[in-house]
Write a protein that binds this ligand. Structure first.
Ligand code: VGL
Ligand code: ZN
Length: 208
């Protein structure tokens, strides 16, 4: 079984969103081609889904500004602008994404006290979302990962897939993903490659 994981393709990470990733919306047509290719037995999408006042927001820590390093529950935490607040347009999947053909949409980042970049578990690697069990139950042996943002939620999701699902093949689809900074993207790709994740184009992903 082959599955596609679309990470956080939400308004908040696209131009005009509260945590816009440069060219974030460019992943949508590529993701739609993947969804509609018929090559995946299962398509899953994640949504960053924060309550107002989430601890990853700079606005929750007086004196801090977005994009500086702060602390959350005693641990280093990047301070983000308020983003993807539950029930707001910022948290919706991009309207052009072919959501009708997505089999499972799961939310993460609901706990105020801990951030959750990965679609599999929180940043403490403690509370699981249930995605690994779900994919294992579906006998998924190959997982293709893409979306927003490469240097955060996509990378952590791909690495967790590899670690939490022994024996699985993980591929990262580069042209169906965008990141927050070019340096962050380069480092994330190097880290994924070092861990044995295949870095592929959407064309390669669909070819075999
Ligand atoms: C993300 C920062 C904060 C992401 C989510 O989806 O990559 N990045 N929350
Ligand atoms: Zn977030």
């Amino acid at each position: 079984m082959k599955a596609l994981l679309l990470v956080d393709i939400q308004n908040g990470f696209c131009p005009g969103g509260n945590l816009a990733v440069p060219d974030g919306d460019k992943v949508v047509p590529v993701a739609n081609r993947l969804i509609e290719s018929g090559r995946y037995d299962l398509v899953v999408a994640s949504q960053d889904w924060h309550p107002a006042g989430h601890g990853s927001f700079a606005s929750s820590h007086p004196g801090t500004k977005p994009f500086e390093l702060g602390t959350l529950a005693g641990k280093p935490q990047m301070m983000w602008p308020d983003h993807c607040i539950q029930g707001t347009p910022d948290a919706e999947l991009h309207p052009a994404l072919k959501a009708d053909d997505i089999d499972l949409i799961l939310q993460k980042g609901e706990n105020r006290e801990i951030d959750s970049y990965s679609a599999f578990r929180d940043n403490d690697r403690d509370a699981e979302t249930g995605l690994a069990d779900f994919l294992e139950g579906q006998k998924v042996t190959e997982l293709h990962v893409c979306g927003l943002a490469t240097d955060y939620c996509v990378k952590f999701s791909a690495l967790d897939a590899l670690e939490m699902m022994p024996g699985i093949t993980v591929r990262f689809i580069e042209d169906a993903s965008r990141g927050i900074t070019p340096e962050g993207v380069a480092a994330a790709i190097a880290e994924m490659r070092d861990h044995g994740i295949d870095i592929v184009t959407s064309r390669q992903a669909l070819a075999d």
